[in-house]
Design a binder for this molecule. Sequence first.
Ligand code: ADP
Ligand code: MG
Length: 668
Amino acid sequence: MELKKLAISEKKRQALVTMGIDSVEALLTHYPFRYEVVEETPLSSWEKDGKVTLEGVIVNRARVVRYAPKRSVTRFQIVCQNKLFEVSLFNRPWISAFQTGKTITLMGKYEGGNRITAASYNFQPLHEQEGIKPVYALKEGITQNDLARYVKKAFQVLPHQENRIPDELIAHYRLISRDQALHEVHAPTSSAMLKQAFRHLKYEEFFLFQLVMQGLRKNDHAHGDKPRKQFEQDEVWELTRTLPFALTKDQKTCIQDILDDLQSSASMYRMVQGDVGSGKTMVAAFAMYACVLAHKQAAFMAPTEILAKQHAENLKRLFQDYEVEVEVLYSALKGKEKQRILERLVHHEIDIIVGTHALFQEDVYFYDLGLVIADEQHRFGVEQRKKLLQKGDKVDFLLMSATPIPRTLAMSLFGDMDVSTIEVLPQGRKAIITKVVKENSMRSILEEVLAHLDQGDQCYIVCPAIEKNEDYAMRNASDLYEALKESIGRVYQIGLLHGKMSSAQKDEVMQAFQRGDYQILVSTTVIEVGVDVKNANLMVIYDANRFGLSQIHQLRGRVGRGDRQGYCWLLSDSKDVDAQARLQILEETCNGFEIARRDLALRGPGDILGTRQSGVPGFILGDIIADSNILEVARKDAGIVLKQMETGAYPALKRYLDTHLREAQCFD
Ligand code: ADP
Ligand code: MG
């Protein structure tokens, strides 16, 4: 139902829309992000320095003491539960409000010795305020009161909310109804009922998500059989001979999983997850080679141009003695050069095309696309899947991710996606020595870094910002680059790399660094994923507290790729104890799974999985770690319900599902 029905002013309505609230239903599912419990603290449970909420009567005239400009303390006495207390209230110097004889409600801290420091006060009777109060997330232009009022109105125009979960399941798990749950969430009657409300809504959230994900998967399968890819597995394994190393056990297992998928009549939908440096690219290469042997084309999608080019070069080298044509395509490529590639692609003169998301633009046509691999991106959501479907009907799909999440969780999250995991790193890989430096400066480590440079190592210096104007508090790459040139530029060659440079410039700098022309590369996170420079064994990260742990782990995965010991220094002058504690984790372990697990526990999934731009759903209520048991149950239930729908059961739910599947698959 349209928001217009609620008679909200145009300005406020616009503000709501920017918050993602564009309908009455959306208003009802804009859940409070926390609750405040207002209740009288019985005198018997008052503790020194504890929080108290109380009602009392003012018994003397208030006095104000001003102890600094704009700083004051107002003092008066109250009687509360037959006892006398001295109240202090900071920076509210309006004496006349606190008249003797008035009943006042106070919230604050008990200081002991009958003294109270009040944080807030009002003159409403306490019993009228008691209860659990919702607190909503806000944006500019909308207040708590606004939201509370709109939600009330919403319930007036939509007085009854139908269940979305099948009734059998509601009965089975003894859930309250959706209607009750929504009312409770916005206006809790008790903490026990609020808990019940969350049980319903979390389960519903997971269940519906699973239904759509599994429905999508089923549709992929339902569109007729995928032609099995025809190749000899032995011939694929022959590729091993050209490698300068032996594949790890896990790499072999992953490749075997994939070869079996390619030869099956069901579309592959698989994720290979493995820590940075675990050798995922090689797994991708084997998969693409199998596809090429089956006379089909493979597309390898990388998140950045630098990475796409690097992949293309490596693949060209790998396949130099084979009849496998590798090309690279990216947005900056224009005119004749691009035209030429597109033509060769559609005429099957290219077997493997590597590229950025440019691979999925409208003007790109394949002769016969058989396999798509997306590297280093969990940003492969419904949108991208839609584009992918446009390129070929029964395409096998492989996702490579270095953001390790527990296997069962990955399966739950991505519906029925299959998961292969590379856990062991190639032999001889040394753990990167990581040190947290408690200032945002290289002062204390500069000597050590320069000594390494003198031995032939190269160093990345990573800053969170490109230029000064973004955020004054952050180090920016441009200024740091200038400063370093000024101080050590006569002795050391220094390069600068950031996302605002043209791709030709970036390329030039990166190649120069790879050649060893620069000892130091000052950069933003554009180097984040996958870039491979063998001599780069050092990394310094400024404002490390501003990055996610997994992101830093990925970043430092750029160093120590050769035989020499890698080092990483994390600079941070954050006074936040938690931020420092988080960085310590990186000192302690180089295991990406462990880091992801601890980061998840500390920050919740939204940040780590990059929910905002990703295909990973942003659950509003459900916490994929804390509520993983609900997620798992919902996954199984959704599978069963989906099956039953085929025989006509749950028509309303079927309509819901169809709408969402259409959204995910329409070719508009
Ligand atoms: P990631 O999993 O982070 O994408 P890469 O595929 O970039 O890792 O591999 C990192 C490095 O390890 C590359 O230089 C690659 O050639 C090398 N490598 C891959 N597999 C093996 C192996 N089995 N033994 C030794 N080195 C390997
Ligand atoms: Mg990689």
